[in-house]
Design a protein around this ligand. Sequence first.
Ligand code: OAD
Length: 253
Amino acid sequence: MNQPPQEIPRGLIDQCVSAREVVAFTGAGVSAESGVPTFRGPEGIWTKFKPEELASMDAFMKNPALVWEWYAHRRTIIGAVHPNPAHVALAEMEQIFPRMTVVTQNIDNLHRRAGSKRVFELHGNIERSYCMQCGKAYPDVVLPERGSVPKCTCGGTIRPDVVWFGEMLPEEEWESSVAATTSADLFLSIGTSAIVYPAASLPSLARRNGAVVVEVNPEPTPLTETADWFLQGPAGEILPELHRRIASIKKKA
Ligand code: OAD
């Protein structure tokens, strides 16, 4: 059973208040309280499905209809959920920190739906698709009937615009994320197991460049030992409280 969230120390709030450039680096845990399953852990997606059978180019070439069926299913789940207080708190922090960036590994679009403006999606976005032959973008392709695969006007096969295992991250999003991380003085790592590279290299990059690194997670991760602060608990409870405390000091200043 998880511990109740801890009180946020005053020293951490003070460091947040003085920050100018902030990066919130998020993983599946930030959407858990919206009802989107995480990947690892007892109820995780990868405990029920094998990633190499569903989230790789090999899998898609072998059986595109099966891969599409799985993404259509996930799109239905994601389409029915809403941003939770963690997403909302991060969007509201933009009022406090004009130079705030969200770097997310999530493909669920919930940060944008909550109102965050500067969002870099390292692993793509499940709402978008594109043609593998001509590259044409399909922002909201009609989900295929079970057993079929959507086709482009050029005849090519359309695929989800998500990063599969073994694929490179989208270059522009990655470079922009590295730049934001390098210049950040506050780096929040939220709801990620911090084990999937290259995304998982961002917290240590932030630290090497002088940022205060804060982790928010109900469970420790490989990052916990090197983070400056570890706030143990659900993001949907900790982030609204963090936002409220920072905002109240900023208001008085
Ligand atoms: P994981 O499923 O690996 O980790 C989710 C993390 O969220 C865990 O550390 C949980 O303890 C934490 N968590 C659970 N509930 C939470 C809550 N309410 N608040 C805060 N944290 C909570 O998900 P990711 O780290 O996002 O890649 O996984 C990284 C990548 O691995 C994904 O983007 C995906 C996957 O394979 C691709 O598909 C390319």
